[in-house]
Design a protein around this ligand. Structure first.
Ligand code: ADP
Length: 414
């Protein structure tokens, strides 16, 4: 089955086509036919596409909105220009899997999209006003462009975290706020945490029930999850993806009273303060330079800038603190897993985070750590009491596999 995997944002669209089916899932031989992205939708959009047989292509196209973007990409995929032998027409795309950011309390697993599921995603708009409308636009555009008969599946970023127990998901606010507005921790990056947990247990040849790990997804967004018996029991992101770790441009945890104080002192509205916490804080805010970890690391090496150093120290300290918190929340872990752009590629940040966790049995192997980039490996010394792993995430693969399972009515083992 050729599955189109879509991740629709407000001004960008990420896509992949993955050939997979139950046999390929079992044998782990799914095939990526292409991957690409369209950025700056709403003007002259930049499209990058990489296919199985051809090198990376980059071009521009005038694209008005997500629907037009999707139309352009579908035509491109089905044309000779893309060079994908397996896709000659839209009929060669047999199913579509969507990353949907918020599934609220309702969606505990991936769902075949019908009118009821669409209405459920719509109901979650007030929980994710920036994201869910874009996901809905993507689903509706596919329906118009490929046709009603092509099955579509929603894979929710929140679903993996619906196993978090009440004491971990409720905030200590007046209880009626939860009842009236569903204010609670939902957690995000669920597909990524779930994927690396699945990969870890496959690599270790253990069962889901034996999987007791702490996963750190460190990319532009960052989150840390405690996984006990293969299920999420706590996670650092909250009602929105703003809580928890220090991120590229997001602050993560802070004293909520700061909001009012900043609003008063700086003459800002609550909305403006929130935007500042989302887009001007984190690594960017502390360093005053960039949210890009690669640039920060180079800058530190070349100029030893004080604020850049501080940004890396605060980022690493917060992550270490969360590892400790998650260990307590899950009653001890068997391994720590790093994933995401930073987690997979930065030995330096991994070392900074693990420094000071020796008490917990963490002992990084310097060589293994520095040699591990974008591949799965145990980076701790032989016999380390609490092993540390790097496992590259692959949310799109899990979305494609969930899509196949939902379309065929199979259970969700991963
Ligand atoms: P997103 O969360 O948008 O999917 P990614 O997972 O790709 O983002 O992570 C992006 C982050 O990963 C950026 O801060 C980038 O600088 C960082 N990163 C990527 N490669 C490296 C590297 N080799 N060393 C350090 N950081 C890296």
């Amino acid at each position: 089955m050729n599955v189109l995997v879509l991740n629709a944002g407000s001004s960008n669209l990420k896509f992949q086509v993955i050939a997979t089916d139950p046999d390929r899932i079992r044998q782990d031989t799914d095939e990526r036919l292409c991957r690409g992205a369209m950025e700056r939708i709403g003007g002259e959009a930049i499209v990058t596409v990489e296919t199985k047989n051809a090198p990376r292509q980059k071009f521009t196209a005038a694209i008005r909105d997500v629907g037009a973007g999707l139309d352009y990409i579908l035509r491109y995929l089905a044309s000779d220009r893309s060079g994908i032998d397996e896709i000659r027409s839209l009929a060669d795309i047999q199913a579509v899997g969507h990353r949907v950011v918020h599934g609220g309390e309702v969606f505990q697993e991936s769902m075949l999209i019908d009118d009821k599921v669409l209405a459920g995603i719509e109901e979650c708009i007030d929980l994710a006003p920036l994201h869910n409308p874009n996901n809905l636009r993507g689903i509706k555009a596919v329906k118009e462009l490929i046709g009603r008969d092509t099955p579509q599946v929603a894979v929710f970023d929140t679903a993996f975290h619906t196993t978090i127990p009440e004491p971990a998901y409720l905030y200590a606010l007046p209880y009626h706020l939860y009842r009236r507005h569903r204010i609670r921790r939902y957690g995000f990056h669920g597909t990524s945490h779930r994927y690396v947990a699945y990969r870890y247990r496959t690599l270790r040849n253990i069962t889901r029930e034996q999987t007791n790990i702490i996963t750190l997804h460190l990319g532009n967004g960052c989150s840390c999850t405690a996984i006990r018996g293969g299920r999420s029991v706590d996670t650092s992101m909250g009602m929105t993806p703003l809580e928890g770790l220090v991120m590229g441009t997001r602050s993560g945890d802070l004293d909520p009273a700061i909001l009012t104080l900043v609003a008063t002192k700086e003459g800002m509205s609550p909305h403006e303060v929130e935007t500042m916490l989302m887009t001007q804080s984190g690594l960017l805010g502390i360093s005053g330079l960039t949210n890009d970890m690669r640039v920060l690391q180079e800058e530190l090496k070349d100029h030893d800038d004080r604020r850049v150093r501080l940004a890396l120290e605060i980022f690493s300290y917060r992550a270490r603190k969360y590892i400790g918190a998650m260990m307590a929340s899950m009653g001890g872990a068997d391994a720590i897993i790093f994933t995401g752009g930073i987690g997979e590629n930065s030995p330096e940040i991994r070392a900074r985070i693990c420094q000071g966790l020796e008490w917990a049995g963490v002992q990084l192997d310097t060589d293994r750590n520095s040699q591990t980039r974008a591949k799965s490996a145990d980076i701790s010394v032989e016999g380390s009491k609490l092993p540390v792993w790097v496992i590259p995430t692959d949310e799109e693969l899990l979305i494609a596999r969930d899509t196949v399972r939902c379309v065929l009515g199979l259970p969700h083992p991963a």
